[in-house]
Structure formats: C-alpha cells, structure tokens
Design a protein around this ligand. Structure first.
Ligand code: ASP
Length: 341
C-alpha cells in the first residue's frame, strides 16, 4: 500500500473511532489564564491547613512550585496525621515508607518512592527534579541521595502508629487490606463500607499570580502494605499531573486502581478536551468502575482537579471524599459528589 493510501486509510479509521467530537482533540488555546488570581486546591479536609502554608507563598506573589512544597510539608510533619510522613502508619513489617512527587509549570518532575527516615520526602523529590538528570529515586538510593544533600535521618514511627501496627499484627495474619477498621485512625468519620480507610494522601495543586501551575503529592501509602509496595502518589501521571497549558489533577485512594487508569493524566487530558474539572474527575472514576466493577464497590478513590481558568472540582467512588480550596475569595472544604451513594 502506498504511504499516501495508508495515511488516508488510517485517518478514516481514526475519525470513525473517535468521531468529530474527539475529546482528546487539541484546541489551540482552550484556556485563558486569569492572571493575578492565585489559587491552591488540595485533597481532604486536612488540606485546609496545608493550603494556608501554600498561601504564605502564593499570597505574596510567590511561585506555585514553592507554594505546593511549603503547603504539603505541613501534613508531612504532623504526627497526628497517620497517612502522611512523620507519624504515618508503617508497612506490615513496621517500616514507615514514603512516596512523594512534585511537578512544575515546565513539565519538570521529581519523585521518591519507598523512602524511609526523612521528614520531608517532598523536598527530596524536588531535589531529584532540580539536581539530578533523573525523575525517580527509590528506596536505599533515595535515602543516600537525601543524606548526601543534608537531610537528617529521623525515626518516623511514632509511639501511636507503632501501637496501632502491633494491634493490627494480632489479628491480621500479616495480610495487607486496602480498607480496614481502624478506629484510632480517622476517628471513625469515614463512611466506607466495612469501616474507615487505612490510607489517605495530600495531593496539592496551585496556580500562582503569574498563571503558572505546579503540584505536589505525598503519602505514607496504604497502612500495613507489603514492604516495598509503591502506590500511585509518586508516579507522575497516576497520583499527580500538571500541564501548564490545561490544568492539574491529583488523586487519593487505593493507588493500584489509580495506576491502572493513569488517573491524573487522564483527568488532565479530559480537561484538555473541554471538560470541566468535576466532569473530568467523574469520567475518571467511571473508568475505574468499568475496569474493576466489583472491587470499586469496596474501596475509595477520589480525584480533584484545577484548570487554568482557576476552576476546580472533584469526584470520588464513595461518599466522604473532600477537597480544600484557598484563594483571595474562597477558603473552604468542599464535599465531592460520589459514584456510589
Ligand atoms: N493513594 C495512596 C496510595 O495508594 C493512598 C491514599 O491516598 O489513600 O498509596
């Protein structure tokens, strides 16, 4: 077949598949950035405090990248938050292992996976982005890199998290579960079927006064996971994606399902095709239901997104997911709508 005929055949086939309303079609300039309207959006209600940290930078006209790093460092250092950084619940062998990533307005990104003993993995991820030719460092190598760059080695396992882990060991037969009853964690507020989640993440996206966007995502992952397990949070495109032309998205919930659909990148691409942030998050959640119809009934996944116009929205599998927003006009925690009621 001549290459011209081959091209025509392929072109006809793709328009038959996608139709004229192809949602992934590039538009020349889908979003007009509203300069001067800085905004920060993050997962869950604990995002509210983290947003205030980010706002110290954004409110003074600072860069979105600095804002998201400063913002997520707050829950990373909070020993009462048992799903992120210091005080995070350990894996089934008792090790607190952290997953974090960061992405700026120029598609630069950095990530650390399964990092131990470091209070602020997000700052190590930023250093990977800025000081190495790589994007991801994992495990022992990530720790060596952090120590070589002046980070201090600390014990991240608090007395409370050690106590909870030992309690779990009594009955769990060393078997990781995505959602388990853990009354100490989450204070019983999460209406998940079968009990509260044993995991959460801070994912944060910001747009600065210049109209530039960045994002950060950091977690201790699923409690009592297998040693070495890495979730979606440090995987660029899964737990976080930032495209400065279109917008940004981040995820929280059972990472395996988010990775399977490359969730945050999917949300951003859906926004590129013209969907609102909430609609794009809804379609991504529906994709999880389609891929994993049974499992989706018993787990939580939530997405939240921010576009270049400063519009935001979220959606989750189960009720209970929330996201926090801070701008000059808004300081609020929003409950996301959910697929299952
Ligand atoms: N996404 C995280 C993970 O799978 C956990 C969470 O956000 O709930 O490690």
């Amino acid at each position: 077949m001549s290459s011209r005929r081959k091209f025509l055949k392929t072109a006809a086939l793709s328009s038959a598949v996608f139709g004229s309303g192809n949602i992934f079609a590039e538009k020349s300039n889908p979003y007009k950035t509203v300069k001067g309207s800085a905004v920060v959006v993050s997962t869950w209600d604990f995002g509210k405090t983290a947003n205030l940290g980010a706002w110290e930078v954004l409110g003074k006209g600072g860069r979105a990248l600095d804002a998201v790093e400063q913002g997520v460092k707050i829950p990373e250092a909070d020993p009462t938050n048992q799903t992120i950084g210091y005080g995070g619940l350990p894996d089934r062998d008792g090790f607190v292992t952290l997953d974090s990533c960061i992405m700026d307005e120029k598609y630069n990104c950095g990530s650390v996976m399964c990092l131990e003993h470091i209070m602020h993995p997000i700052s190590v991820a930023r250093l990977v982005m800025e000081k190495t030719p790589h994007i991801v460092l994992a495990g022992e190598g990530a720790l060596q890199f952090a120590l070589a760059n002046g980070f201090e080695k600390v014990n991240l396992l608090t007395a409370q998290s050690e106590k909870d882990w030992k309690e779990w060991m009594k009955t769990a037969n060393y078997k990781p579960e995505s959602n388990i009853e853990n009354k100490l964690y989450n204070k019983g507020n999460d209406p998940m079927p079968g009990g509260p989640n044993n995991h959460d993440t801070i994912g944060m996206m910001a747009m600065d006064a210049n109209g530039d966007m960045s994002g950060a995502c950091t977690t201790s992952g699923l409690a009592y996971k297998m040693h070495g397990r890495v979730g979606d949070s440090p995987i660029i495109g899964a737990g976080l994606y930032v495209d400065n032309e279109v917008g940004a998205a981040t995820a929280s919930g059972v990472g395996e399902e988010v990775i399977r659909i490359v969730g945050s990148h999917l949300v951003v691409e859906l926004m590129r095709g013209g969907m609102s942030p909430e609609k794009a998050c809804t379609v991504a959640v529906q994709r999880i239901v389609k891929r994993s119809p049974e499992r989706s009934k018993t787990i939580q996944v939530g997405f939240v997104a921010l576009n270049k116009k400063g519009e935001y929205g979220g959606y989750s599998l189960q009720p209970g997911f929330s996201f926090s927003v801070k701008s000059n006009k808004v300081e609020q925690v929003f409950k996301a709508a959910s697929y299952y009621k």
